[in-house]
Write a protein that binds this ligand. Structure first.
Ligand SMILES: [Zn+2]
Ligand SMILES: [Zn+2]
Length: 572
């Protein structure tokens, strides 16, 4: 359960909301007449799309939100159970070694405490999920509002100067793409996205639940002294508490009379355990625990690190902002410029992260950037070639397409993967494939694993698209694609293979599956032969498409011929 990533789940939803809005803009252009664009008609159409967008999203995401919310509840309850069992193991170990515990309090005297504790946990679950639900409603409302505003602002943008339809839409959507769907306002007035907010809120709730679980065990044993420690490097603001002993009157049923120490509730009131606090507590065993307050040097180091982290987070946010503009802007120039800026900020964020890592304090718990791999999902593929079976071990990549796997033999940079991800999405778009179901697993493999000299190949029986990692290392793809349609276009092969995938998908939809490979090829030939014939009858010269198309025509592989024709139409 702990491996469920709330931030990612919400990021995906935000991406989908923005994505389908921008697709609507790109699919239904305003009509250009002699007098200029016909905005009235376009706006009426877009408002209709907005209505569909709103209804569709409420239904689709309502379901997903419910699932996430119940996961959040489960996570909080699990965190409490974890805290409790971790603490029990720790106390038992200490008791075995050197600690003489006080007499356990009677069940009668702690009964009320446990009841209240349960109620407090329920209240924590309720307030966390209630807040989350409010934010979820807000993100849908905001996406509708932004959509509506853009519909009207596009015309305004158009009137300000000589811009194309695409540029006008980009101007109208720029603020939204820059900020993301920042639908949650914090007390200090700053606005955050749902994913940012949820990440913070759920981490904070989990931590409180964990502390509550630990505290419950302590209460059971009749111990209530805790010491503040720093598990993740500590925050400078809380440095003054580190290494200090407190009576835990918040989670562990401690009372003033338990010793000559301050109460934890006072420190919490003054700011300890604020959201995203890196500090925590552990049980203080008198005469056993050694206290290590923070030295001035350590505090200075915490300060430096925190400043670096802030800079890094800023760079990361900038990178994400330009990523969004690169991905969703309609105008090609806008896309390109944003991509360059995104790359610069990503580099800067990566460098700062390296720098922050060099500090002696542990940073392994913190991840600021999107890693190349998604959690740690591994999958093994088999590739049959020339009668031999090649086994390919892969890990799932962190992509928007969400179906990309990278062979253990291949090393990719984040940016390379990101670019590829965008290319693949573009190819799916060109083919009019918006549904996520039935997409192939895309497997990036080494040239040795590919065996044949091809950039990509689709296996219809397994529904797997293999991509040769040479695709990423070659600066000039036209050499590798020279026999194919539009060889200078990086998309040529990918598009070609995805057309094969589309054929297979349609076949599966019609016949339930591909059971006999040759039967499948025959079927395709029957479908495509008349289409190719029609091209030729209309005076189309197959040789002009590509050398490969011409070869296939001679071999009577009609699906290949027509596939190449489609590539040349889509990219030409
Ligand atoms: Zn703190
Ligand atoms: Zn082919």
């Amino acid at each position: 359960m702990s491996d469920y990533n709330i931030r990612e789940a919400f990021e995906k939803i935000e991406d989908e909301l923005i994505d389908s809005m921008m697709r609507n803009f790109s699919r239904h252009r305003a009509e250009e007449t002699k007098e200029g664009y016909n905005w009235t008609q376009w706006q009426a159409e877009q408002l209709k799309s907005l209505e569909e967008y709103r209804n569709h999203n409420a239904k689709k995401f309502g379901k997903r939100f419910k699932t996430i919310n119940s996961k959040v509840e489960e996570m909080i309850r699990t965190a409490k159970a974890d805290g409790s069992s971790d603490q029990e193991a720790e106390i038992l170990e200490t008791v075995m070694n050197e600690f003489k515990p006080p007499e356990k309090p009677s069940a009668h005297s702690t009964g009320e405490f446990f009841k209240v504790n349960e109620r407090k946990l329920d209240a924590l679950v309720k307030s966390t999920t209630d807040d989350l639900k409010r934010a979820e409603t807000a993100v849908l409302r905001m996406s509708n509002d932004k959509y509506r505003k853009a519909i009207f602002n596009a015309q305004v943008a158009m009137n300000t100067g000589a811009v194309t339809y695409e540029q006008a839409v980009d101007i109208a959507c720029k603020d939204m793409l820059n900020a993301g769907l920042n639908c949650v306002e914090y007390k200090n007035g700053a606005r955050h996205t749902l994913s940012d907010y949820a990440d913070m809120a759920v981490k904070t709730a989990n931590k409180r639940a964990y502390l509550r679980g630990e505290g419950e065990k302590r209460a059971e044993w009749g111990v209530s002294l805790v010491v503040v420690n720093s598990r993740q490097g500590g925050c400078p603001d809380c440095a003054k508490y580190i290494g200090k002993v407190f009576i835990d009157d918040v989670y562990s049923n401690g009372k003033k009379s338990d010793g000559n120490y301050p109460l934890l509730s006072t420190a919490i009131k003054k700011g300890l355990f604020h959201p995203r606090c890196k500090d925590s507590t552990s049980t203080y065993y008198e005469e056993i625990t050694t206290l290590e307050p923070v030295s001035p040097e350590e505090e200075a180091e915490m300060d430096r690190r925190e400043r670096l982290e802030e800079k890094q987070q800023y760079a990361q946010r900038q990178a994400e902002r330009f990523d969004r503009r690169a991905e969703y802007s309609l105008d090609e120039d806008n896309k390109r410029i944003a991509q360059t800026r995104a790359d610069e900020w990503h580099d800067r964020a990566d460098r700062l992260e390296e720098k922050a890592k060099r500090f002696s304090l542990k940073t392994d718990e913190q991840k600021y950037y999107r890693p190349v791999f998604k959690e740690d999902i591994s999958k093994t593929f088999e590739r049959k070639i020339e009668g031999e079976t090649i086994t390919i071990d892969t890990r799932k990549a962190n992509t928007l397409c969400d179906n990309v796997y990278i062979s253990d033999k291949v090393k990719l940079k984040r940016k390379e993967l990101h670019d590829f991800d965008m290319q693949v999405r573009k190819a799916f778009d060109m083919l009019g494939e918006v549904e996520t179901s039935g997409k192939p697993d895309i497997c990036i493999i080494s040239p040795e694993e590919m065996r044949v000299n091809a950039i990509a190949s689709y296996m219809p029986m397994q529904n797997v698209l293999n991509v040769n990692s040479a695709y990423f290392s070659t600066s000039d793809l036209s050499d590798l694609q020279e026999n194919l349609a539009c060889p200078q276009d990086g998309l040529s092969t990918i598009l070609h293979e995805l057309i094969h995938w589309q054929d297979a998908k349609n076949y599966r939809a019609k016949f339930g599956g591909i059971n006999d490979y040759f039967e499948y090829c025959d079927y395709l030939n029957k479908i495509y032969a008349p289409k190719v014939e029609k091209l030729i009858n209309n005076g189309y010269n197959i040789e002009d498409i590509s050398e490969y198309a011409f070869e296939c025509l001679k071999d009577k592989a009609m699906d290949e011929v027509y596939n190449e024709y489609r590539v040349s139409k889509l990219l030409g």
